[in-house]
Design a protein around this ligand. Structure first.
Ligand SMILES: [Ca+2]
Ligand SMILES: [Ca+2]
Ligand SMILES: [Ca+2]
Ligand SMILES: [Ca+2]
Length: 456
């Protein structure tokens, strides 16, 4: 599995994006100013008479387009002045002098590498082949009330770009040393059967230390919620969130069904509303399906990677993404040109199989798809994110999945009462429909989180 991973040197791309002004919901405009266009052929004297009769004065003329900037009387509202000037027979239009602002971009130095969040063509791909994250961040950047469970190889909960966004169990005592699981009080304070489970759980060793000894779970976590605008590294879809580490895959990326089931039930019982599942393989399991149904019955969204074998999962099922439970949302991977991601070509590295290469691999290995069984695509090739002790790029539907799990987190931050099924419907119905995904995924397109947040 590891052979599919590859590293990009950290010093290669340091692009600093300056912080920008936050927008208000209503358009903002300059107080006391109007932009007015008079009909051509009207004399200057007539124009100036009209202006002064309405208590305004002309302060600037943009003669190339025949528009004047006016100062209006201090007693008059812009809205009122717009109406009065618009009603004049010689006026083509009158409007406020609107204020524009840059979208809410974070100061994290490697933000410029995250083409999946905001694609300017910086990696040679297609401009705007992205999830419109900066536009979404004008609406919300996440919430510490939203818990997203990462069922994976664990999480480097000490990572400088993750630590502040790691979930802690309010029912347990805090570890005396926040990075040391052995510094708890040795008592199962919340009586959930697990001693000192302050930052999730390790279902392999049955211990309170879910530290990542692979890198996969930490990478997934960074896409969901690397700390935003902290001047460090990258930024997640959520700048603020609570990531619950749930380790059931070992250092080689392997795990078994009973540990997966225990992780799903634990996360559900402890209040996670979204589960990110970048793993697969194995056959159909009634017990695992029952665990996913348990999550469904408790209103928990189950986001699952469609798999990396380049096959149609309508025909060759991939589990858990293929379970026919209402809360399952299955995710394919798109690349920086809004194509279905193919591994090991066009600038990619390695085979990118992540943890999900398991079945007969298609002629050109790439993201799985399925017009009935895969719901939508999300960025999943050459994705830069956190790994233990640093940052790295990885490819796979494993990397697409946390974009969708993160998007679900932003919806919950904005509308905490949304149900799992409402979130799923909204994410599917607001994709950017794209030729490359029409007729191969249910939605016909790629995640657009700004669209999903519109009107909530
Ligand atoms: Ca965009
Ligand atoms: Ca406990
Ligand atoms: Ca305790
Ligand atoms: Ca950061």
């Amino acid at each position: 599995m590891r052979k599919g991973f590859y590293f990009i040197g950290l010093a290669l791309f340091a692009i600093v994006i300056s912080a920008a002004i936050q927008s208000a919901d209503e358009p903002q405009f300059v107080k006391g100013e109007l932009l007015v266009k008079f009909s051509s052929g009207v004399t200057t004297q007539t124009i100036e008479t009209s202006i002064s009769q309405l208590g305004a004065r002309s302060v600037e003329e943009m003669s190339a387009i025949g528009v004047r900037k006016l100062k209006i009387a201090t007693t008059q509202s812009v809205k009122d002045a717009v109406q009065k000037f618009s009603a004049l027979p010689n006026v083509v239009y009158a409007e406020p002098n609107y204020i524009y602002h840059a979208f809410n971009t974070p100061n994290d130095p490697s933000f410029g590498q995250l083409w999946g969040m905001n694609n300017t063509g910086q990696t040679g791909g297609l401009e705007d082949a992205d999830i419109d994250a900066p536009e979404a961040w004008d609406i919300t950047t996440g919430s510490d009330q939203v818990i997203i469970g990462v069922i994976d190889t664990g999480v480097d909960y000490k990572h400088a770009d993750l630590a502040a966004n790691i979930y802690t169990n309010p029912g347990e005592d805090a570890w005396t040393i926040p990075g040391d699981p052995s510094s708890g009080n040795g008592i199962d304070d919340d009586e959930n059967g697990k001693i000192d489970d302050w930052k999730g759980w390790n279902f392999i060793s049955d211990s309170n230390d879910p530290m990542d000894d692979n890198m996969h779970g930490t990478h997934v976590s960074g896409t969901i919620g690397a700390v935003g605008t902290n001047n460090i590294g990258v930024v997640g879809v959520n700048w603020t969130v609570r990531i619950m580490p749930l380790k059931f895959l070992d250092s080689d990326g392997s795990g078994d069904t009973d540990d997966a089931i225990k992780a799903i039930i634990y996360a559900t019982d402890m209040g996670a509303k979204v589960l990110s599942n970048s793993w697969g393989g194995g056959g159909y399991s009634s017990a695992l399906e029952d665990a996913i149904k348990y999550a469904n019955d408790h209103g928990v969204l189950f986001v699952a990677a469609a798999g990396n074998d380049g096959v149609n999962t309508d025909i060759i099922p991939n589990y858990p993404s293929n379970y026919n439970v209402a809360n399952v949302i299955s995710v394919a991977a798109s690349d920086h040109s809004d194509q279905r991601a193919l591994w090991g070509s066009g600038g990619g590295g390695g085979d990118g199989c992540g943890l999900v290469c398991s079945k007969a691999v298609a002629a050109t290995p790439g993201s799985n798809y399925g017009p009935k069984t895969v719901d939508l695509a999300a960025p999943g090739k050459d994705i830069y994110s956190t790994v233990p002790g640093g940052y790295s790029s990885l490819s796979g539907t494993s990397m697409a999945t946390p974009h969708v799990a993160g998007a679900a987190g932003l919806l919950l931050a904005k509308s905490p009462d949304m149900t799992a099924l409402q979130i799923k419907d909204r994410l599917i119905s607001t994709v950017d429909v794209l030729p490359a995904f029409e007729n191969i995924v249910v939605s016909g397109g790629r995640l657009n989180i700004a669209n999903a947040l519109q009107g909530l």
